[in-house]
Design a binder for this molecule. Structure first.
Ligand code: HXC
Length: 515
């Protein structure tokens, strides 16, 4: 056969594979409002940058009628490409081919591209759209999942791992996304659960729809399993692309620098954002926008545990991770969920060389039986552990309240913060003035002719003496009391002088964080 004919033969073979599961299955996919696996990859990556591998892989299953079944690409597409020029390894499960179910060869393709990502030290993106373990392949499917989970774990903290859930992701399959760094979901399209509605009905007699059990909103607002929520696949891919611009390709690099644009200072003025009355709420994200380049803030897990705000911004073109109490929600208290959210993000930034800026305004840990019984001791400890362990530059600005355990937990000097600044309105104390005065001046208040008047006087006395930043500044726990307009300049300086920071911890195999 001439080379020309061989080329034509190759082209025909390729065309067949490109049809995925065939016209009907593709129509069904589109009718569900979903793109096909190939469309997703093309939309996400830079134009003409995608190169596919293992296109002609075939399954080897023989039981349950599988011997005669042709499954193009075995239901998954793998390859390399770029996003804004950043190299990427990617896989996308093709639901049109046997429901994107995971058989042995399907799993081998995924583990192959994961191994590539690790060798090349580039981010890995997995697009999940699958009915789970391929039932006809039995234990081989389970083995395949296990090998993916193992690689997810080994790659954790070495290369960024991103999971995009664009269809069902059920059973044990959910544990691969759970082991990755960022999970993206799309409203009405993403579904994640360990056991589906049918099993729940059989075992527990409870009835629930797939959407209410494990839809995109559930994982964005209730469980915290998802980090980014969007209304459409296109919006979701835009978010993935934006994330890629903020993170480094691997743990030995810094994120790509960007052009520095000054914040929109006419719009965001810290002294106008933060009310003088410590009980009045405000949106801490506006304070972030007052210091970041172009006032841009890329928030993560926006809809879950909103009493803490986490996300990326840039300062003089460099990526910075922000961890901030949110006075708008529950006065910014720390609780089980917010501690988990912050601790994980701190560890992410630390693993990937991203300096952390912490903005503090909180009344402490949330009291209550629910929190105690939900394990706030263990979960609350995670944030202490994460800050203490982190060796990237760690800078704190105390905006207003910093009471009790919350003061310590939010990257205080005592957890080895590099720089601690406080605004003049900061109140650093064991607890709020009202609570403190009621306890330590109880006798004077009860014994007074006018207890209310005495209480007010004692609260005033306490405020003057302790509820300010100067007691902590006098002891060197706060490095500088600063004016609001100085915040960006000082943060930039602190980051700049920390570029060659060295913070070596004792050699150990690993610590035992309060998981
Ligand atoms: C083999 C599967 C499959 C699977 C779907 N298909 N899931 N084939 N193994 N797990 C096939 C269907 O037979 C069908 O093939 C095609 O994919 C499309 O499926 P439909 O059911 O027609 O699609 P839809 O109505 O949209 O329903 C999607 C679905 C449903 C909700 C995902 O298919 C479903 O419930 N599948 C089973 C889910 C499941 O229980 N998986 C195992 C989880 S346990 P044809 O040829 O008709 O087009 C697990 C363990 C992992 O994953 C453990 C790791 C530790």
């Amino acid at each position: 056969m001439s080379l020309k004919r061989k080329i034509i033969e190759l082209q025909k073979k390729r065309e067949k594979v490109l049809q995925g599961g065939g016209e009907k299955a593709v129509e069904k996919q589109v009718a569900m409002g979903k793109m096909t696996a190939r469309e997703r990859i093309i939309t996400l990556l830079d134009e003409n940058s995608f190169h596919e591998y293992d296109m002609f892989v075939e399954h080897e299953a023989r039981d349950f009628g599988m011997a005669t079944k042709v499954l193009h690409g075995d239901g998954v597409i793998i390859g390399t490409g770029t996003i804004y020029g950043a190299p990427i390894c990617i896989y996308a499960q093709d639901f049109t081919v046997a429901g994107g179910s995971l058989g042995l060869m399907h799993a081998r393709k995924i583990t192959k591209i994961m191994d590539h990502a690790m060798k090349l030290r580039v981010p890995l993106i997995g697009i999940n759209d699958s009915g789970g373990a391929r039932i006809q392949e039995g234990v081989n499917s389970l083995a395949g999942y296990g090998e993916i989970f193992y690689r997810n774990t080994i790659a954790s903290g070495v290369i960024p791992q991103i999971s995009v859930i664009l269809g069902p992701c059920a059973g044990g399959a959910v544990y691969s996304p759970a082991l990755t760094d960022f999970v993206f979901v799309v409203d009405k399209i993403s579904k994640m659960f360990i056991t589906g509605p049918e099993v729940i009905k059989t075992v527990l007699g409870e009835e629930i729809s797939m959407e209410d059990l494990g839809g995109a909103r559930v994982h964005s607002e209730i469980t915290g399993n998802a980090h980014f929520f969007s209304e459409s696949e296109i919006e979701c891919f835009d978010q993935v692309k934006k994330l890629i611009t903020f993170i480094p390709w691997n743990n030995s690099k810094k994120a790509q620098p960007f052009e520095s644009i000054e914040p929109k200072i006419d719009q965001y003025k810290i002294d106008e954002i933060i009310p003088g009355n410590p009980k009045e709420p405000y949106d801490v994200r506006d304070v972030v926008r007052a210091v970041t380049d172009d006032s841009d803030f890329f928030e993560i897990q926006e809809l879950w545990a909103a009493n803490i705000v986490i996300g990326f911004g840039r300062m003089k073109g460099e990526t910075v991770g922000f961890v901030c109490n949110q006075p708008l929600v529950l006065a910014g208290v720390l609780d089980v969920d917010s501690s988990n959210k912050a601790a994980r993000f701190i560890r992410y930034c630390d693993a990937f060389n991203i300096p952390i800026v912490t903005l503090v305004d909180l009344p402490g840990y949330l009291p209550g039986v629910d929190q105690e019984h939900a394990g706030v001791i263990r979960h609350g400890a995670k944030i202490l552990y994460a800050y203490s362990e982190a060796t990237v530059p760690k800078i704190t600005v105390i905006l207003r309240k910093a009471y009790g355990g919350g003061y310590i937990a939010m990257n205080s000097r005592h957890l080895n913060a590099d720089f601690v600044f406080a605004l003049p309105g900061a109140e650093i104390a064991v607890m709020g003035p009202e609570g403190a005065a009621n306890i330590i001046f109880k006798k004077e208040i009860m014994g007074a002719e006018d207890p209310d008047k005495m209480r007010k006087q004692k609260v005033k006395e306490y405020k003057e003496k302790f509820a300010n930043p100067y007691v902590a500044a006098a002891k060197g726990y706060v490095d500088s009391v600063i004016e609001p307009e100085e915040a960006r300049k000082l943060l930039l300086h602190a980051i700049e002088v920390s570029h060659s920071k060295v913070d070596r911890k004792p050699i150990k195999k690993h610590g035992i964080p309060p998981f």
